[in-house]
Design a protein. Structure first.
Length: 265
């Protein structure tokens, strides 16, 4: 008879194994989904019911905070007026482990009338939802990890992780950086630290002599060293033109791009 601790460990081990396998499942379909979302100028719509709906809400929030406008639309509410949030061409991500969720399957013809590309996250690639989607993201058909094998545990984790993977891929594709993230999180404690560091980097010193934007790097470094505002070693040298030194502007841009964000306390 397993103890509660045995059950907890078994669940975590099963989920960890499933998560590792999911990484090997990413293929051209995942890339196609990323390209489809990145090419769209509007928003992405996440749709699901039950636990899948809750996961969809989190994925939508993660996408929003990382540069991809997204909203969550409950499948049942969609059929009763909430489709008004949908605009022509908005990609829709439908979430269903079984791929047979009635509310989602009924929604597909309506989404087609909006000319919305359909991306499905399912555990059964032969399901009605998968066969009617433009892109299928397969989380696999692993059993759930709870003692009964019925509670959405493994499937919920894999769906959530796949949403994070989409967000990460879109961040990379768009060149989404620390300054972009800080702009969307003005109230975060680390964002305040980042802005403070940036202000110190860019603030004038009473001991500093005025510099032109075209000032050669050598003269800039001498001035910076003299006033002890920032260490020259902390400024990576980029945007160097052949036969010339980086300007003050190019060095500052590189410094901002390379500034590390401390973890939130």
């Amino acid at each position: 008879m397993p103890t509660p601790l045995d059950s907890a460990r078994a669940l975590l081990q099963a989920e960890a194994s499933a998560l590792a396998e999911l990484a090997t499942r990413l293929d051209g379909s995942f890339t196609k989904a990323v390209d489809l979302i990145a090419a769209h100028q509007g928003k992405v719509v996440l749709c699901g019911v039950g636990k899948s709906g809750l996961i969809g809400q989190k994925i939508a929030a993660t996408l929003c905070s990382t540069g991809t406008p997204a909203i969550f639309l409950h499948a049942a509410d969609a059929m009763h007026g909430d489709l008004g949030i949908l605009q022509a061409g908005d990609p829709v991500i439908l979430i269903s482990r079984s791929g047979t969720t009635t509310e989602l399957v009924r929604l597909i013809p309506v989404l087609r009338s909006f000319k919305s590309p359909i991306i499905s996250i399912v555990g059964n690639t032969q399901s009605p939802l998968a066969t009617q989607s433009d892109v299928v993201l397969d989380i696999g058909a692993r059993p759930e990890a709870d003692p009964l094998g019925l509670v959405p545990t493994t499937s919920a984790l894999l769906t959530l992780a796949l949403g994070d993977a989409l967000a990460a891929a879109l961040m990379t594709k768009r060149g989404f950086g620390p300054t972009d993230f800080a702009r969307f999180h003005p109230a975060a404690s680390w964002a305040a630290i980042f802005r403070s560091r940036l202000a110190k980097l860019c603030s004038p010193s009473t001991d500093a002599r005025a510099r032109s934007l075209a000032t050669p790097l050598r003269d800039t470094v001498i001035a910076m060293t003299a006033i002890r505002t920032v260490r020259p070693a902390s400024l990576p040298l980029t945007a160097r033109s052949p036969g010339s030194s980086p300007t003050v502007t190019s060095v500052a841009r590189s410094a901002v791009a390379s500034t590390s964000i401390p973890p939130a306390p």
